[in-house]
Design a protein around this ligand. Structure first.
Ligand code: AHR
Length: 324
C-alpha cells in the first residue's frame, strides 16, 4: 500500500518536472513577444474613468499581444511622475499617459524621450513647450463640449434669468478648463445669466453632493446646475432631493460624460442635457501602437467624435447600444 503511494507521488513529481520546465520556457517566450505598455491612469474618481480603465485593459490584453502595466495615480500628478519614471526603469516599449492636469510634464517626458520610449497622451491634453516630447494625443475637445452645453442653454432655457451653480472638475485639467471656458463665454454673452456659486468637486459624486448641500445651506439661489461631469451631477441631485427640491423641475441639470446611468436620468426627467465625453480609448490606443509598430506615423492630434443627449433625441435603443 505504502509503496504504491510513493510510486504515485514519484510519478506525479516526474510528470510535473518533465512538463513544467518546457511550459515555463514557452510562457516566457510568449511573454517576450508581448508589447509592454505602461499606462499611468488618473485614478478612479468617476464612472467615466472606470469605463476608460476597463477599455484600456480589454484592448491592451495579452490575447491582443500586449502586457499592460497599469498605475492608478489616485488623482495626484506627483504619483503619475513617479509611475512614468518606474516605467522608464522597467524599459517598457510604450508609455500611455492620461494626465491629471495640463502642466508640469516637461521634465519627466524629457526623461522618457532620452530613454527612447514613445509617449501617447490620452483623454486630457498637456501643455508643454516641446511637443516632440510626446508621439501623439487622442481625446476630447473639452471646449467644444462646453460650447455645446451653452448653445443648448441658449436655445432651451429662453430669456429667463439663469442663476447658475457651477460644479467644476479638477482644477487645471483639460476637462475642467474647456468646460469652464465654454460657460464663461456664455456668461459674458448673456446679461441675464449670473454665476451664484462656483467650486471644484474634483469630478466626484461625494464632493458634488457636499458642495450643493453647502450652497443650499448658505442660501444660494440657483435654478441651473452646470456640473462638469455625471458623478458630480448625481451628488447634486441627491442633495437637491434631500432638501425637498425636484431636479429637472426646480433646477435644470446640465452634465457631461453621458454614461448610461445619467442617460436614464434624462429619461426620468432629472437631467436635462448631457454632453458626451467618450471614454472608450482602449481600441484607439491599440490602433496607434500597432501603427507605430509597423513604422507608421499616427496623426499628432486626434479628437474623438462626440454628441449630446436630451429628452428630444434620447431613446432606449441608444442607451442599450452604448458600452458605458
Ligand atoms: O477627462 C475626462 C473627465 O474625467 C470626465 O468627464 C470625468 O468624468 C473624468 O473623471
Amino acid at each position: 500500500m505504502k509503496k504504491s503511494v510513493v510510486a504515485i507521488l514519484l510519478l506525479l513529481l516526474l510528470t510535473l518536472s518533465g512538463c513544467g520546465a518546457p511550459r515555463q520556457a514557452q510562457d516566457a517566450a510568449e511573454d517576450e513577444d508581448l508589447i509592454v505598455v505602461g499606462f499611468s491612469q488618473v485614478g478612479a474618481e468617476s464612472d467615466w474613468r472606470k469605463a476608460n480603465t476597463i477599455s484600456m485593459q480589454n484592448a491592451l490584453s495579452a490575447s491582443n499581444g500586449f502586457r499592460l502595466i497599469l498605475d492608478d495615480a489616485q488623482n495626484k500628478q506627483e504619483r503619475q511622475i513617479t509611475a512614468i519614471r518606474n516605467f522608464i526603469n522597467q524599459g517598457v516599449d510604450y508609455i500611455v499617459l492620461a494626465p491629471t492636469t495640463e502642466r508640469g510634464w516637461d521634465t519627466v517626458l524629457s526623461e522618457a524621450k532620452a530613454a527612447g520610449i514613445p509617449v501617447i497622451i490620452v483623454d486630457r491634453m498637456i501643455e508643454i513647450a516641446d511637443t516632440e516630447l510626446f508621439t501623439c494625443w487622442i481625446g476630447s475637445d473639452f471646449r467644444k463640449e462646453g460650447d455645446t452645453a451653452v448653445a443648448w442653454m441658449e436655445s432651451h432655457l429662453g430669456d429667463a434669468p439663469l442663476r447658475i451653480l457651477h460644479l467644476q472638475g479638477n482644477i487645471g485639467s483639460s476637462a475642467q478648463i474647456g468646460r469652464t471656458e465654454g460657460l464663461d463665454a456664455g456668461l459674458a454673452a448673456h446679461e441675464n445669466w449670473e454665476m451664484v456659486f462656483r467650486a471644484s468637486g474634483d469630478f466626484t459624486q461625494a464632493k458634488g453632493q457636499e458642495l450643493v448641500r453647502e450652497a443650499l445651506s448658505s442660501g444660494a439661489d440657483f435654478n441651473v446646475i452646470y456640473s462638469e461631469n455625471d458623478n458630480m451631477a448625481y451628488g447634486a441631485i441627491d442633495a437637491l432631493k434631500g432638501a425637498g427640491l425636484q431636479p429637472g423641475r426646480d433646477v435644470t441639470i446640465i452634465a457631461f460624460d453621458s454614461s448610461n446611468t445619467a442617460l436614464r436620468m434624462i429619461l426620468a426627467g432629472e437631467i436635462s442635457l448631457d454632453v458626451e465625453c467618450n471614454p472608450l480609448h482602449g481600441p484607439r490606443v491599440q490602433a496607434i501602437i500597432e501603427q507605430l509598430e509597423k513604422g507608421g506615423t499616427p496623426p499628432k492630434y486626434t479628437y474623438v467624435e462626440e454628441t449630446s443627449f436630451d429628452a428630444g433625441n434620447l431613446t432606449e435603443d441608444i442607451i442599450a447600444g452604448r458600452g458605458y
